[in-house]
Design a protein around this ligand. Structure first.
Ligand code: ADP
Length: 485
């Protein structure tokens, strides 16, 4: 049952299977974005705490440790046990997630369901990655896949539980040990999940969670000499800082899942209501706070005017408000900073000549709610056409032919995802094969499955998460060559 007043049980750092205060004794507030009120004070980790967590993770990764000696299927069992605890605590976790993040309660439940699927998927991988035997002339050669070691993981606030699952599941399947920093806006569910890993039976030090701020706790992770890989999801700006820190320190492996400005192209043969529905959800789901949000809606000129009318009607019908109200589809933006950033983009859209069809304003003055907003007549060089808004603002563009739309779809610095809506297999295939994006969805959107690789072209990132590719990024390949003497 949803509980808007669920009180978090865990607000300290989680190091070596214990909840502890920060070395500095500092705490930071985490607020409810729907009310602006404090939920809890959380221990604020810093370099000293990251050092302790990494030491615990390093010990847990020692070749003679309990964790390293587990048989693969024992890791499978631990992950599956953890999944059953996630099921048990689902409503508690969803209640905490909705308080801390502001997303509708049903969306929090959905995220947890996908997180469980992700863990179950990777639980099956523990005994299924292996190397080759390679013909090497006079040599006998084999390759082994080994876990990279201690990994640092830094995640954002938009999908706190789900992003954690994308990070923990492949790392645990591979046999790594983990130091995770949740976003400072949403630390609560990661701490509860940490407690569940202990209850499931993961050995001490395998999983450590250090809430705190980016330039302190986050930087301590990306600069740490005993961390062998850092996996980051967040902005391109911070991705650059993390990659630089990795390069300047120990050349740790880096995977980055960054921003996007994803096009969704609607051809004139498409079922228009279906297209309106898909493009609406592509943008407005999670309040537009999604790296793969379909934030450029390109509509063929023949159906453009009709489409805009229907898209505006869909936006106006989207209910905004208390995320614990079952009829609400859109809660608050994460904080006042993000809200003001989004409102700034709306102003720039107006100033650059896009046509504001609906929305455009903050709702009330409690919490960080923004009206679902639709701009039509958006052109490619406008700021709202190039930069990631990360809010409930749909931009609708007009196009006329295939070659033109491929070039325009590719004319941004990002390349995370793309969508195409048409009944013409030739158009769909030509677009899918030529768009520069890590994921392309045809007649659907946001269909991210645990089994399928996800990640970006160009400045949307480096590497892939999910699927076998996601597992590979937590593995090293060792070549063992033997000569018969
Ligand atoms: P968003 O724009 O989604 O908030 P950010 O890139 O700012 O994304 O933050 C994503 C994560 O990166 C958060 O956990 C944040 O604390 C962390 N972070 C921010 N700055 C740094 C930094 N300098 N080094 C490491 N991590 C950072």
């Amino acid at each position: 049952m949803a509980n808007p007043n669920e009180v978090p049980k865990y607000t300290q750092l989680f190091i070596n299977n214990e909840f502890v205060d920060a070395v500095s004794g500092k705490k930071f507030p985490t607020n409810n974005p729907a009310t602006g009120k404090l939920i809890a004070q959380v221990a604020e980790g810093d370099k000293a705490d990251v050092d302790l967590a990494v030491a615990a993770a390093k010990k847990a990764f020692h070749r003679n440790s309990e964790w390293r000696k587990l048989a693969p299927l024992q890791r499978t069992d631990l992950i599956n046990k953890f999944c059953s605890l996630l099921e048990r605590d689902k409503s508690l976790l969803a209640s905490l997630e909705t308080q801390d993040n502001g997303k509708p309660y049903a969306d929090s439940v959905f995220d947890i369901d996908i997180a469980i699927m992700t863990f179950k998927y990777y639980a099956g991988w523990t005994d299924k990655f292996f190397g080759d035997t390679i013909p090497g002339g006079e040599f006998i050669v084999q390759t082994r896949k080994e876990p990279v070691g201690v990994v640092g993981q830094i995640i954002p606030w938009n999908y706190p539980i789900l992003m954690l699952a994308w990070k923990w599941a492949p790392a645990l399947a591979a046999g790594c040990t983990i130091v995770l920093k949740p976003a400072e806006q949403t630390p609560l569910t990661a701490l509860h999940l940490a407690a569940l890993t202990k209850e499931a039976g993961f050995p001490a030090g395998v999983i450590n969670v250090i809430p705190g701020y980016g330039p302190t706790a986050g930087a301590a992770i990306s600069e740490h000499h005993d961390i062998q890989k850092v996996a980051f999801t967040g902005s391109a700006e911070i991705g650059r800082i993390i990659m630089e820190a990795a390069a300047k320190t120990n050349l740790k492996r880096v995977t980055l899942e960054l921003g996007g400005k994803s096009p969704v192209v609607v051809f004139d043969d498409a079922d228009i209501d279906l297209a309106v529905d898909i493009t609406h959800e592509a943008l407005f789901s999670n309040h537009g706070q999604s790296c793969c949000a379909g934030s450029r809606t390109y509509v063929h000129e023949k159906i453009y005017d009709k489409f805009v009318v229907k898209a505006v009607a869909a936006a106006k019908a989207r209910k905004v408000g208390n995320p614990f109200d079952e009829s609400v589809k859109q809660g608050p933006q994460i904080d006042d900073e993000m809200m003001n950033k989004v409102l700034g983009y709306i102003e720039s859209g107006k100033q650059e000549g896009a046509k504001l069809q609906c929305g455009g304003k903050r709702i009330g003055n409690v919490g960080y709610f923004i009206e679902p907003t639709v701009f039509s007549d958006v052109t490619d060089k406008m700021k709202i056409a190039q930069e990631e808004i990360f809010g409930p603002v749909q931009s609708i563009f007009k196009f006329s032919d295939m070659e033109e739309i491929i070039d325009r779809a590719n004319d941004v610095v990002y390349g995370l995802a793309a969508g195409v809506i048409t009944n013409d297999i030739n158009k769909a295939t030509k677009f899918a094969n030529n768009v520069n994006a890590g994921s392309v969805w045809i007649n659907c959107y946001d269909a991210v499955l645990p089994q399928t690789p996800f990640g970006g072209y160009k400045q949307s990132g480096i590497g892939r998460e999910l699927g076998k590719d996601g597992l590979d990024s937590y593995l090293e390949t060792k070549t063992i060559t033997m000569k018969l003497v």
